[in-house]
Write a protein that binds this ligand. Sequence first.
Ligand code: ARG
Length: 273
Amino acid sequence: LVGLLTLVACGTSGNEESNTTGSDTESDSTEESAADEPEEKKVLQIGTDAAFAPFEFMETGEIVGFDVDILEAVMVEAGYEYELKNVGWDPMFASLQQKDLDFGVSAITINDDRKATYDFSTPYFKSTHMIVFNEGSDITSAADLEGLKIGVQNGTTGEDAAEKIVGENSSTISKYETTAVAFMALANGDIEAVVTDNVVADEYVANNPDAKVEAITDEESFEAEYYGFMFPKDSELVTDVDAALTTVIESGKYAEIYKEWFGAEPNTDELLN
Ligand code: ARG
């Protein structure tokens, strides 16, 4: 790691956790009275929902994950200081709309619906959906979701994918605040299937052998999608962040982080085109 990180202990309110890091080390500037402080570097406020392993999750009080490492690399490259806060999924969207956050990094799928309200970076990850269910259930395709009690994280593309199959506002869909809670509901028997992003589904199956779950995808029913960083509409940060992200991908830094988390070589061509 090249950049020096400043780890700043900072008070957090409620159950909101945050990682404060900066790409620059600066000697503490004394408090200045003047209103014009062009030298003062703004600390960007970035939101996430850290219950979506391996992209973002809590580990010993820290937000960690693939997204967190990509974000760090991009911010070092762009020369921004930032604070990553675990604000939760729905609040993140609300805060971005009100421009209370500078951007969101949370395995957020780029789609036209969201583009009406938010701006996106260029893509940094390709994803699709999977169905997670208890071993022994007779589920072999997305069509089998019909008539089952399905759980999704509220306001995600997993919800859209499930609704596409069983109908919008179907009473068979339960919407949870986090994907982690949806998995718990599956373990409890409250629901029979969870529709979520493929890498998260695979990770949950692999890391929870006692849960006795399996996951399948259905390429005919679930479309590929791409993750991006999500900004308030007309954010001036997008250009800089895009340039830094492209450099991180082209320099091989992206591949390095990808290999650390997924143990494989990424296909960066599909991200750069
Ligand atoms: N990719 C999906 C979406 O954008 C799910 C993302 C959920 N991310 C999270 N950190 N909970 O809707």
